[in-house]
Design a protein around this ligand. Structure first.
Ligand SMILES: [Fe+2]
Length: 159
């Protein structure tokens, strides 16, 4: 992230485990998300190419920890055939704030998902209809800080 990245600081952490509960040491957590204005690097030309995109390797206990800034909701692109469909149907084009994630480990199936924020705008009416209860984060304030933190564990099936 930029040194002056706007937005509420977010500590996103947890453990990656196998289905039998064993920690997956060295699991790979790839994360990317929009900034505090709802813009993605590599799409918004004003942002550094890899802003708010990264790969983290879990430790020997499968634990990962990522310090970032909470993303904002955004409007999906309204051009092209997707935009024509949205306009014809009379829908809005808003997506709730979310984190994109890919979690992987040797010998296990990759998980690709998105995680949302409890109480956020458009959690209940995501244009992509992608929100599910088990994908909603509920970060809590960090004491002595303006930021928030949340723990979320991933369980990967054996390949
Ligand atoms: Fe997104």
């Amino acid at each position: 992230m930029r040194s002056n990245e706007a937005g509420v600081p977010l500590l996103f952490q947890g453990q990656v485990r196998a289905g039998d509960g064993a920690a997956l040491a060295g699991a790979i957590v790839e994360i990317w998300h929009a900034d505090d204005e709802g813009f993605y690097s590599q799409f918004a030309p004003s942002l550094p190419e890899w802003n708010l995109r990264g790969t983290v390797v879990a430790d020997d206990q499968g634990n990962y920890s990522i310090r970032t800034a909470q993303p904002a909701p955004y409007q999906a692109p309204a051009d092209g055939s997707c935009g024509r469909l949205i306009r014809a149907a009379g829908w809005h084009a808003r997506r709730p704030a979310h984190l994109h994630l890919k979690v992987s480990a040797d010998g296990h199936h990759l998980v690709t998902t998105q995680l949302y924020f409890k109480g956020g705008s458009h959690v209940a009416d995501d244009i992509a209809s992608a929100v599910k209860p088990e994908l909603i984060l509920d970060p809590t304030p960090v004491s002595d800080s303006t930021g928030r933190e949340v723990t979320y564990d991933f369980v990967l099936d054996k390949a």
